[in-house]
Each structure stands twice: as C-alpha cells, then as structure tokens.
Write a protein that binds this ligand. Sequence first.
Ligand code: ZN
Length: 350
Amino acid sequence: MNRTLPTSTVGSLPKPSWLAQPEVLWSPWRLQGDELIEGKQDALRIAAHEQSNRGIDIVSDGEQTRQHFVTTFIEHLDGVDFEQRETVRIRNRYDASVPTVIGDVSRSKPVFVDDARFLRQQTDKPIKWALPGPMTMIDTLYDGHYKSREKLAWEFATILNQEARDLEAAGVDIIQFDEPAFNVYFDEMKDWGVAALERAAEGLRAETAVHICYGYGIKANTDWKASLGSEWRQYEESFPLLQQSSIDIISLECHNSRVPIDLVELVRGKKVMLGAIDVADERVETPQEVAVTLRRALEFVDADKLLPSTNCGMAPFPRDIALAKLSALSAGAHIVREEISAASLTEAVR
Ligand code: ZN
C-alpha cells in the first residue's frame, strides 16, 4: 500500500432493505434461490463501489453475503447441527440460541472464495476479507462432541487456515480475524487463544489482521461497556502477546471509547488499524473529530503504520448514516495526511 493512512472499515455495512430487514442482526433474507444469489452480488457490488466513491482505500465486501460474521461461516462446515440448538451465554454477556457441534468439524469446500473473487473484480484497490477468529467461533456454539474449548479452537484454526489460503489465492490482500473474545477470556487467550490465531494465519503471504473490540452498538454490549468503569484496559492483556505474534495488523476500538490511547504503545512495531468512527452512536463524526483521534494515536504509532478505520462493523446502522460515516473517515484521514506531508516538506527544506 503506497498511500499514507490508508482507510478501511472493520467489515460489515448495512444491507439494502430489499435484501434483508435493516438495522437488525441475524436478519432473514428477503429473497430466495437464484434471486438471492443475484441480490447478494448486487449488494456486494454496491458496498464496494460506495467505499471506493467515498475514498476508502482498502475495500471490503461489507459482509453483504452473510447473515452474521460468525454463524454464516460455521453453517458451511461439517460436524455442526443447526437444527439442534442450545442456549449459551455469549462472551459472558448475553444468552443466544446456538447450533451444536455433533461430530468432527471440517470444511468440505471453500466458504467465501466465490464472493471474494467477485469482490476482486469490482475494484483495483487492495481488498480485505474478515473471518471469525477461532476463540470467537467456539464461543458461539454448544460443543457436544469435543467437550474441550481448546481442542475445538485448534480444529477451527486449521479450517480457518484452509479458507484463508483460498482467499489469498482469490486475490485478497489482507485477511482479518475477528476476535472480540480476546477482550473477555484472558486466561484462555494467554493459554492457547493467540497460538490458535497464529495457526489460523500460518504460512499466508497476504497481510494478516486481528480485530478486537467491544462489539456492535447493540444493547447487550452498551450495557456491558457501562459496567467496565472509567478506563477500559482490556487490551493491556492481549496487546503484549500480539506484539510478539506473527499477526501483522492490530485492529482496535478507539473513538469515543474509554480505551486509554497510550495502550497502543504496547503493539509498537505492528500496523495499527485504529477505530476513528463510533459504531454505537448514529451521530456522524465531523472530519475534524476523526482527525483529532488520529493525531492522538500518532503519538504511539508511526505514521507509516497507522490505518484509520471504524471501531467495529456498521451493520446495525441505518444505511445513509453508515455511508456518511465512510465519508467522514476519508475526510478526517485526508486532513491528517496533508498535515503529515506538510511537516515532511518542512523537514526536507531545513
Ligand atoms: Zn468489532
């Protein structure tokens, strides 16, 4: 990537209302059969072009072809029964009815590769594809087979690595693993979570990213955040391990959040995908507000390693607001980019 401060989103964007009911998670599709396939592709095309038109430098699929960032991937694997459901507590926060692992898990064919190939055709810009991380996957399931979170996570890591290699071959430049569970299960994260993540990313030529956040702007998450006190120091647990890991890019939540910005120092040397757009507030940031967050981050990350982004996915937002936030992100990054190049010119003249 040649550009300073290349912008991207964490992943999801709202779907068009003709494809799925807006502003809800796990929204059922409104089309079927061939119409659904065509509808998903049209939505993906729109998402890619809106990102490009609004100046986003690293383009994603907006997760237009998936109902949910974790379950859609799992649905395509063998060994999981979606009819047999159990209620479990997700990330120690809210109860959800989830599918059951009934046998050895495996991937009989690629899950997202056709979609990634389609995205590749839509743009010349670098593209990024998000997959769930192993620990977040096991936290969204009831395991009636392995009876071991660690064992199941390692199985998923192997499957994720197969999928990631296929995505890379389809032309994906950055593969991102979403691991919000790293902000919750610190002991497991240290024991085997980071190792399982590295296994998922093993041997890739594409850049790899891990996204850790405080979740979508839904009530269960905002209630949880309200209980976390005045400073959110959860990243202090994962960042030192990730700094030592093979993962290239660390994606974190920052704007309007109570995360102390100096925690970014803990991943010094890595690229940092910094959340400069709030996904829990529908008010659209001004470019200046985005710029303020980016300038603060630049005290702790070198300019050539900062990637301005959103705090998390924007799927639950009204569509016009999510799109306006893309423009705000681009405009804010532009302000800081100009400041950096003016400063380096002054430096050169001296
Ligand atoms: Zn997130």
